[in-house]
Design a protein around this ligand. Structure first.
Ligand SMILES: [Cu+2]
Length: 261
């Protein structure tokens, strides 16, 4: 008997935490993030309503068919009802998946913006590095043999190449707000993962592959980039930051970096 009210109480408590958004994501900072959240809410509302009524019904069944001395009755079920709710569930979930896929594909399969600012990302155990083209707008030559983390050359830039000489290397990712960005993801050792919660985007970084990854952040601020693939003992400390800056500030930062080199 007691099980029924416990189930109802748990249901109400669980629903409360979703309504109150007690443990919620940080607000999105991109158009994709807004669309992603809207789809997430649609899914949550649909599954939440079903969850609520299913739990209430479960409690009711426990209460209604409790042991009160009656004889148990055998029932074969109802084929029509079975068919009905199985197909209703299938239609609902396939529908949600199709809607969600559209939003995923808009980011991962869309035509890349030719004006996107290219930034190379090098992941390694256990740090991220970012490389920008210098004033010449070109990435210079790199050589694996020249890789030297202690000397601040994680990409192995070849100083003899004039195009490489002006490339900027940074330990944090800085981007101008409202501009399309093209990341080119590389890993030097194992699989890492680029993840920014506020962008609602996540991408594996696979050694031996060059993975293009587009995004556009609209709201200035500083956001964490934690590596989201268990990549070794130091995985917990593998993190960097994404700083979204007003475009003039970004230009100023680039000039300062160039002057420091
Ligand atoms: Cu990692």
């Amino acid at each position: 008997m007691l099980l029924a009210p416990i189930i109802w109480l748990l249901t109400v408590v669980i629903c409360y935490f979703f309504f109150a958004k007690t443990w919620w994501f940080p607000p999105p900072v991109s158009q994709h993030g807004l669309e992603y959240d809207a789809q997430f809410m649609r899914t949550l509302v649909v599954t939440g309503i079903i969850f609520f009524f299913a739990q209430i019904a479960l409690g009711w069944v426990i209460f209604r068919f409790r042991d009160d001395g009656r004889r148990a009755q055998y029932t074969h079920g109802n084929n029509r009802l079975e068919t009905l709710w199985t197909s209703a569930t299938a239609i609902l979930f396939i529908g949600l998946v199709v809607m969600g896929t559209r939003i995923w594909a808009a980011v991962h399969l869309s035509e890349p913006d030719p004006n996107a600012i290219p930034i190379e990302v090098m992941a390694r155990q256990f740090a991220f590095s970012f490389r920008y083209t210098g004033p010449d707008g070109k990435f210079g030559r790199t050589d694996l043999k020249l890789v030297n983390d202690a000397a601040g050359n994680p990409f192995g830039l070849d100083d003899k190449d004039p195009a490489a000489k002006d490339d900027l290397v940074s330990a944090s990712l800085k981007v101008p707000a409202g501009k399309p960005i093209k990341l080119i993801l590389h890993s030097r050792d194992v699989i890492h993962n680029f993840f920014v919660r506020e962008l609602r985007l996540k991408q594996d970084i696979v050694p031996g592959m060059e993975i293009p990854f587009y995004f556009q952040a609209d709201k200035p601020g500083t956001y964490e980039i934690p590596c989201s693939e268990l990549c070794g003992l130091g995985h917990f400390q593998m993190r960097s930051t994404l700083e979204v800056m007003a475009p003039p500030d970004f230009e100023k930062w680039k000039q300062q970096q160039a002057a420091n080199q």
